[in-house]
Write a protein that binds this ligand. Structure first.
Ligand SMILES: Nc1nc2c(ncn2[C@@H]2O[C@H](COP(=O)(O)OP(=O)(O)OP(=O)(O)O)[C@@H](O)[C@H]2O)c(=O)[nH]1
Length: 199
């Protein structure tokens, strides 16, 4: 049986938002917990890859996930640093990745992506409204070396990584699952509105 690990990317600085997005809440649940829950039933283990400032704020749930920080040689180099750190920490055949600022993400999205898994491919990446979503994706373990090589050249773009891989792109229609909170107005527009609607 192939092993699948989950990697949550949680080492960003949330500069546009102004406070750590992982700890925003929707319906009393932290944003990062939504990402955990979207993959916990599918994966064998989950690692949250964050930065040293935030590490202590996550509460480790030993049976669900562990918390680590970016490995030294790639520290703070963006989401790709988180992916290759997670890949190094957990040995698996495939890795499922998610950021911590997409609170509507759900398990069905990952099930859909997994249904495209086959030998010889390096990544399965959703395309939503014409936009490639490289952070909510599935990567083969062989991608770790490609990422390391790219980061060593200080090329930090996830889109650029995909140009060098054999990728299956999967169109997905449920845009809402990919709603990305970057700024205060993103949070207010959807999350607060939804809260009020549910009252
Ligand atoms: N482990 C790790 N994760 C990162 C790093 N940079 C960004 N991330 C995560 O990758 C995802 C997308 O990050 P961005 O939206 O580009 O950056 P951000 O820090 O969240 O927000 P800004 O500072 O406003 O750009 C988020 O889940 C981040 O926490 C990093 O250097 N290391």
């Amino acid at each position: 049986m192939e092993k699948i690990a989950g990697i949550l990317l949680a080492g960003g600085k949330s500069r546009r938002f102004g406070s750590p997005k992982a700890f925003l809440q929707m319906d009393g649940k932290y944003f990062y917990q939504y990402s955990v829950d979207s993959m916990r039933e599918i994966v064998d283990s989950i690692v949250i890859v964050t930065n040293t400032e935030l590490k202590a704020s996550f509460h480790a749930e030993e049976d669900t996930f562990t918390i680590i920080t970016d490995q030294k040689n790639v520290k703070g180099l963006g989401p790709l640093a988180g992916i290759c750190t997670g890949m190094k920490y957990i040995s698996a055949d495939w890795y499922m990745t998610a950021p911590i600022d997409v609170p509507f993400i759900n398990t069905a999205v990952f099930h859909t992506l997994l249904s495209y898994k086959k030998d010889g491919i390096a990544a399965i990446v959703p395309v939503v409204s014409g936009e490639i979503q490289p952070l909510i994706a599935i990567y083969h373990h062989s991608v770790k070396e490609v990422i390391l090589d790219q980061l060593q050249k200080e090329l930090l773009s996830a889109h650029q990584l995909l140009e060098n891989l054999h990728v299956i792109y999967v169109p997905i229609e449920e845009e809402r699952c990919f709603y990305n909170v970057n700024r205060r107005e993103d949070y207010n527009r959807w999350i607060v509105d939804q809260k009020n609607e549910n009252k």
